[in-house]
Design a protein around this ligand. Structure first.
Ligand SMILES: NC(=O)c1ccc[n+]([C@@H]2O[C@H](COP(=O)([O-])OP(=O)(O)OC[C@H]3O[C@@H](n4cnc5c(N)ncnc54)[C@H](O)[C@@H]3O)[C@@H](O)[C@H]2O)c1
Length: 278
């Protein structure tokens, strides 16, 4: 791809799902890719798979909730030439769907720590290095379609992704005021079948709620929508590559997302009260 000039990409949450697909897409363009994820077998296996495909990949164990861990990642990447692309992608959904007041405050903290503070840590460690490098760079923050609409029962996740969209907009405006050539994109996918959304997701007690529980009904609605999800992680990764090449800020991967967002923003324009958009 002629517009792709990036030597090294760092992808957090790269052992699985969207992060792994992005790592593969960047690697196929000849970029050295640093896969950053929690320590363990999935990270080792991801690197082994991509290496076997002939891609130039490195693994770094990192916990994005820990600023020291993310700073250590940045120092390690310095030794490999520094990052030209940073994908702040690691994310979790948190406990099973339930009312926001019933969500355990520890779950709120966990979700915000990974999905929001994890990105803050990535920016804190890498943006000053990118500015100093003087090279053309790009940052992609993985938000969600949930950043654009109102949804019940997964408030910690939705709040984290709304905040991440706002953070990404501030980041873009602030970088425009510098001489640095650093693009920013925010990725807003709809449902994609990954470990996050499939069986074994990180709210294993999701089947415990009574069938009449509206939060459980919502979870089933999401599961059904997932069954209809036609967009793959590889499709999303292709959109990310295209957005980086074209310096596109908003990456909307699901055609139906814009309709949902339009309904949400029409409610705002008409000063009507928020209604669920799904
Ligand atoms: N799959 C979807 O439908 C969907 C939709 C919209 C947005 N997203 C977002 O896409 C991103 C990737 O999700 P996915 O669907 O690929 O899920 P996934 O579970 O397959 O991958 C997430 C990865 O993040 C890693 N991770 C979690 N906590 C971490 C931490 N503290 N430090 C480092 N790594 C950590 C996990 O180990 C995992 O490998 C997330 O931010 C998610 O919110 C996913």
């Amino acid at each position: 791809m002629s517009d792709w000039h990036y030597q090294t990409a760092v992808v957090t949450g790269a052992a699985s799902g969207l992060g792994l697909a992005m790592a593969r897409a960047f690697g196929r363009l000849g970029t050295q890719v640093v896969l950053a994820d929690l320590p363990g077998a999935p990270l080792r296996q991801a690197v082994a798979h991509l290496s076997a495909e002939g891609l130039r990949v490195q693994a770094v164990a990192v916990d994005v909730t820990d600023i020291d861990s993310v700073q250590a990642l940045a120092r390690q990447v310095d030794e490999w030439g520094g990052a030209d692309v940073l994908c702040n992608n690691a994310g979790i959904t948190g406990d099973r769907p339930r009312e926001c007041w019933a969500q355990d405050p520890a779950n709120w903290r966990r979700v915000l720590d990974v999905n929001l503070l994890g990105v803050v840590h990535g920016l804190h460690a890498f943006v000053p290095r990118m500015i100093t490098s003087g090279r053309r760079c790009h940052i992609v923050n993985t938000a969600s379609m949930g950043a654009l609409i109102a949804l019940p029962y997964i408030a910690p996740y939705i709040a984290s992704k709304h905040a991440l969209l706002a953070l990404s907009q501030s980041l873009r405006l602030e970088l425009k005021q510098t001489a640095a050539d650093i693009g920013v994109s925010v990725l807003c996918p709809g449902l994609v079948n990954t470990a996050m959304t499939g069986p074994g997701r990180d709210h294993p007690d999701s089947q415990c709620a009574a069938p009449s529980d509206p939060a459980a009904a919502f979870a089933r609605q999401v599961d059904n929508a997932l069954g209809d999800a036609k967009v793959s992680a590889a499709d999303v990764a292709d959109e990310v590559v295209s957005a980086i090449c074209n310096r596109r800020f908003r990456i909307m991967t699901h055609p139906g997302s814009l309709d949902l967002a339009r309904r949400h923003w029409q409610q705002l324009l008409h000063r009507s009260n928020p209604e669920e958009c799904l």
